[in-house]
Ligand binder design. Structure first.
Ligand SMILES: Nc1ncnc2c1ncn2[C@@H]1O[C@H](COP(=O)(O)OP(=O)(O)OP(=O)(O)O)[C@@H](O)[C@H]1O
Ligand SMILES: [Mg+2]
Length: 501
């Protein structure tokens, strides 16, 4: 094929961090009007590759980038944007307390002759950009009122306003529902039909077959293969990613749970968030929390763990009424929690892997006035790093230097280190690669079979259906239904999520 068909070519890209060779001689090309998926295990180098393109690392890499045949230098994020390369990261970079229109035109608002902000032009232009992509969000809406999915759409509109030719998305769907994913895909199709190109990173293999034209597989910082999507299938793709076949993702749900009620939740209410939430959690049970994003699932589990306050309701642990005022209370009572937002809550970015895994233990041990030995700490950290296959050069590596998926594994290890009786997981496999996902599913089932009771909030229906003994569905802060056994189906859960019960 003639070179002109490619808008972008990245040649022989190599990038090294202290002790880590993140990329070695990577070659990637992108055609005009295509969606190129980039896949690979956690730590394979996907984010590093697109950060190079986005100007994050300036000149600090080896290799060459060519845009429409011309060699370019992306000496900083600004350069990339001016060259028409826009990146949308999983964590939004929008300013939360101002409007959609202001975000789109942040730092370059149109002004009137008098030098004031020309609101009507700004609102109008924003509306035009969004209409063109069929994004139905009012330009005057405040960002913080929008769901994660809608915020992402605003980011896309913003990229468009910069006349981006290449839009890069790093795991855009890991925090949004299936329904919003549909809408996002519609927008992506409109983007490429206008001759723009998209680089799409995701761990959801099924999605890639829906949206991508070609796929490049990275493993250990090297390109394994680039394929036309129509010439491959899920098995082959996964095999290329992890170098082996993994078989059925969920396996059997054959394990049984106990009958004794470990946690009884009665009429929990937090004004404006959720109301009269009641359910039982049995010993060794995996209870799924389903519902649309914003239905109140995370709010409920956060309040149970003592992260947010309650306005009403009761909690009973093994039949005894308990009061949870903060997270030390819940940890001391054997309740552990892994937040959906690992960056903010679950782990300390500037601390080593080792201390992150054992930090809660320290708190527990100190409470009993004993000290934990460094050797014990190391042994424990080692065990989890191995069990979860955390990709890190050493136990001393700072967590902020790990890939997204590996940070998530550290967060899981941290909460398990306290030997909890009740484990609350909010989107536990968000951003985790297929191989590790299966390992984490197996681990969750193993914990349950050992008698730990698990609440699992998840937006991934296959995960909920494949893993949970019962599934509680929420809508607008209320429990719509709790499904069990054969009743746990995609249709039933979806119907309940939108209020058809
Ligand atoms: N700033 C950094 N300092 C040191 N090592 C880093 C840094 N950034 C990334 N790495 C390492 O480079 C490798 C590639 O990481 P990268 O974030 O690109 O992976 P990824 O494919 O995006 O993974 P994930 O699917 O988990 O997001 C990993 O081993 C990671 O630990
Ligand atoms: Mg990444």
């Amino acid at each position: 094929m003639n070179d002109n068909h490619f808008v972008l070519k990245m040649n022989n890209i190599s990038k090294e961090f202290p002790g880590v060779k993140a990329l070695t001689n990577v070659n990637i090309d992108l055609k005009k009007g295509e969606v190129l998926a980039v896949v690979g295990e956690n730590g394979a180098g996907k984010s590093t590759l697109i950060k190079i393109l986005a100007g994050t690392y300036g000149n600090d890499f080896e290799g060459k980038i060519r845009l429409n045949g011309e060699t370019i230098e992306v000496n900083g994020p600004r350069f990339a944007i001016d060259l028409g390369i826009s990146t949308i990261y999983q964590e939004t970079s929008l300013v939360q307390n101002i409007t959609v229109a202001e975000n789109i035109f942040l730092g370059r608002q149109p002004t009137t002759k008098m030098g004031r902000i020309d609101w009507s032009k700004m609102i109008n232009d924003s509306k035009n950009i969004m209409d063109n992509l069929s994004i139905g969000i009012p330009p005057t809406e405040i960002i913080s009122n929008l769901s994660a999915a809608k915020q992402q759409m605003v980011e896309i509109a913003k990229a468009f306003s910069y006349e981006a030719k290449i839009i890069i998305m790093d795991e855009p769907t890991s925090a949004i529902t299936d329904e919003d994913t549909r809408i996002l895909f519609g927008i992506i199709k409109r983007i490429v039909s206008q001759g723009k190109s998209v680089i799409y990173i995701s761990h959801r293999i099924k999605e890639i077959f829906e949206i991508a034209d070609r796929v490049t597989v990275l493993r250990d910082g090297q390109v394994v293969k680039t394929m036309d999507i129509k010439d491959t299938d899920e098995d082959e793709l996964v095999k290329n990613m992890i170098g082996r076949q993994i078989g059925d993702l969920f396996g059997e749900k054959s394990y049984a749970h106990g009958e004794e009620i470990v946690l009884k939740v009665k009429n929990l209410t937090r004004t404006g968030k959720f109301r009269d939430v009641s359910f039982d959690l049995k010993k060794g049970e995996i209870l799924g929390f389903s519902g649309l994003v914003g239905s109140g699932r995370s709010e409920v589990v956060r309040a149970i763990f003592g992260l947010d306050w309650l306005d009403g309701g009761e909690l009973y642990l093994n039949g005894e009424k308990i009061n949870i005022k903060n997270t030390s209370d819940s940890l001391n009572k054997g309740i552990a929690f892994v937040s959906e937002d690992r960056r903010l809550e679950s782990i300390i970015q500037g601390f080593p892997v080792k201390s992150n895994i054992t930090i809660l233990l320290l708190h527990k041990v100190l409470n009993k006035l004993r000290l934990i030995s460094s050797r014990q700490e190391t042994r424990l950290a080692k065990k989890y790093v191995k069990e979860f296959s955390v990709k890190t050069p050493t136990l001393e590596q700072l967590v902020m230097n790990l890939s997204g998926g590996n940070q998530q594994k550290v967060a899981l290890a941290k909460s398990l280190s306290t030997n909890p009786k009740i484990l609350i997981l909010d989107e536990p496999t968000k951003g985790i690669d297929v191989g590790a996902k299966k390992e984490i599913h197996t681990l969750i089932k193993k914990l349950a079979s050992e008698g730990i009771s698990i609440i699992m909030v998840s937006s991934e229906l296959p995960e909920v259906i494949g893993m949970c003994h019962r599934v509680l569905v929420m809508k607008e802060g209320r429990v719509m239904k709790i499904f069990e056994g054969d009743q746990i189906t995609e249709v039933n859960i979806m119907q309940a999520s939108i209020g058809n019960v």
